[in-house]
Design a protein around this ligand. Structure first.
Ligand code: DHE
Length: 527
């Protein structure tokens, strides 16, 4: 059958599936024997055990962001620009509904991912000794951008002076979280939702290594001294530390509180002045500090100074990468640091207040009124009225929350044109840029004057098309905005005149990360 007619037929079958088989009726499709159907049609790409292969893992944890009706449509009609074919021609609507329902069920035995499996998954494409001595391109290596194209799972490395791609490569399915750089900006590390961590050389424009560290990954961070990469998983519930040179796994730490209750990981970050990683647990009220110093003693000493009876019991694990456990009132979904990395401010998405944790003394010191699902991972800091403040978008409200980082009291709530995901600023401009992509006006970008804390401009780059995630060039002169559509684009704006300078077509660009801003810990960007 000609390809286009086949696709049209598959789409109409998908519609038939949707209208004729309600999902609740999927149970009736048991007769269709979903495990056998899966083995015959899906296992070769998604893995016999549903843990993934050339296609993504098909586990409830991996599918949590995909509605069942969307999954059903994909199985029936396929997914454009990927290798996923449609099965509407070969499977009955009943069978498709049955397989769809089945892949949303947990595996009978909770899957594990051992050190041996990690080692077996690791590939080193370029040996560290084969890396070039200088860049093979003429672009400023510190003004490159790593742009994640979520539409067809690629990354583009962009010259930040000429705004021209210098390398584009395929990635694992669904990268998530910020790209992380080595301290000199030469290497970029990426994490995928399915647990893959990869390392790429921005001088040689080549992949160095990759490894699967888990089955469902939250995010990764790179040590400030460049020696280690940390990964926080939700499946299995582990934290994994890798040698940054070639991603050799060094240590697996079960994500459990001091009573050995397991937890998913909310996020991992590096805290450069402390030479440690900070890890939040999603299901247990504990924040961890994992030192990557060769001699972690000073960290322990700081804690011992604030000793209270019983406080040290189970508080430390000794050995390489010791875990210091800080008890909290409630678990954290998201958190952020003050510029000296003395405090972490965190919140659970469903709580009405945030907690400020003093990392030196190892306990919560303040509560901050923070309702409406603040997205602290997207927060930025700047000076306002001579004081450091934190500003963060709120996921379910048309607002940006501003908090004084000395008193930890709210300064104001800036009303915006819709709930947004990301916020960005830069030392060389008084303006911070936000998207409103979670609200009805998803095609807007708004500009906040950090001096007056008011929205001063609204851009509607491409009416009706989602605009999201801004990142500045190293000098702050240009802002890059994503049109996050499959046939989307990266738009380059002049940050003084707000004029559009360039449009680069891209496949659903999501995050973009400037090397210089990241390695210099610009207050206006994520770290
Ligand atoms: Fe993200 C970063 C959590 C959904 C795109 N997101 C982060 C970080 C956290 C987080 C903790 C910081 C990690 C880092 O940078 O290392 N994200 C969450 C969620 O809890 C949430 C709401 C639900 C979930 O399914 O995980 C969520 N995130 C999304 C999306 O739906 C987005 C828009 C599309 C996608 O790719 O899944 C999305 N998140 C991003 C991006 C960043 C990110 C692009 C990096 C932002 C940056 O500038 O650093």
């Amino acid at each position: 059958m000609p390809r286009r007619r086949r696709r049209r037929r598959a789409v109409s079958l998908a519609a038939a599936v949707l209208t004729s088989v309600p999902l609740a009726a999927a149970a009736a499709g048991e007769a269709a024997d979903p495990p056998a159907l899966y083995r015959e049609h899906c296992a070769s790409c998604h893995g016999a055990d549903r843990l993934g292969g050339s296609g993504p893992a098909l586990l409830p944890e991996s599918l949590s962001r995909l509605r069942q009706d969307a999954a059903l449509r994909t199985i029936a009609a396929g997914r454009p620009a990927t290798q996923m074919p449609g099965f509407g021609d070969v499977l009955s609507p009943d069978a498709i509904a049955a397989v769809t329902a089945w892949i949303y069920r947990p595996l009978i035995e909770a899957p594990t991912w051992s050190l041996e499996q990690m080692r077996a998954s690791r590939t080193v494409t370029t040996s560290p000794s084969a890396l070039p001595a200088r860049p093979v391109h003429a672009a400023d290596p510190l003004n490159l951008f790593t742009v994640v194209e979520a539409g067809d799972h690629h990354v583009t490395i962009l010259d930040g002076d000429r705004f021209e791609p210098i390398w584009r490569f395929p990635t694992r399915f669904a990268l998530h979280g910020g790209a992380k750089y080595s301290p000199d900006g030469r290497f970029v590390y990426l994490g995928s939702r399915d647990g893959w961590v990869s390392k790429h050389d921005l001088w040689g424009l080549q992949t160095v290594a990759e490894i699967r560290v888990g089955l469902n990954l939250r995010n990764i961070a790179v040590a400030a001294d460049g020696r280690y990469v940390i990964a926080g998983n939700t499946l299995p519930k582990t934290v994994v530390i890798l040698d940054a040179r070639d991603l050799t796994p060094l240590k697996i730490i079960p994500a459990e509180d001091r009573q050995r209750r397991p937890s998913r990981v909310s996020a991992v970050y590096t805290a450069p002045p402390r030479q440690s990683f900070i890890v939040a647990l999603k299901d247990q009220p504990e924040l961890w500090e994992i030192s990557y110093r060769d001699d972690p003693e000073p960290q322990a000493k700081g804690f011992v100074h604030s000793y209270q009876p019983g406080m040290l019991e189970g508080a430390f694990d000794f050995g390489p990468f010791p875990v210091r456990r800080i008890p909290l009132d409630t678990p954290l979904d998201d958190f952020f640091f003050d510029p000296p990395y003395r405090h972490a401010i965190g919140a659970a998405r469903d709580s009405r207040s945030g907690q400020v944790i003093n990392l030196n003394v190892g306990r919560k010191t303040h509560d901050v009124p923070l309702d409406g699902m603040p997205h602290l991972a997207s927060g930025i800091t700047f000076e306002h009225g001579g004081r450091p403040v934190l500003a963060t978008p709120v996921l379910n409200e048309a607002a940006v929350v501003v908090i004084d980082m000395v008193t930890w009291q709210p300064v104001t709530r800036i009303a915006t044109g819709g709930a947004g995901f990301f916020m960005r600023g830069h030392e060389n401009t008084p303006y911070a840029w936000i998207d409103t992509s979670l609200g009805p006006e998803r095609d807007q970008i708004q500009v906040i004057d950090t001096r007056t804390l008011e929205v001063v401009r609204t851009l509607r780059p491409e009416p009706g098309r989602t605009a999201a995630h801004v990142e500045f060039t190293r000098d702050g002169r240009y802002a890059l905005v994503s049109i996050a559509e499959r046939d989307g684009a990266l738009l380059v704006y002049d940050t003084a005149t707000f004029a559009l300078i360039k449009r680069l077509p891209m496949s659903k660009p999501s995050g973009k990360y400037n090397v210089y801003n990241k390695i210099n810990l610009s207050a206006g960007t994520s770290h």
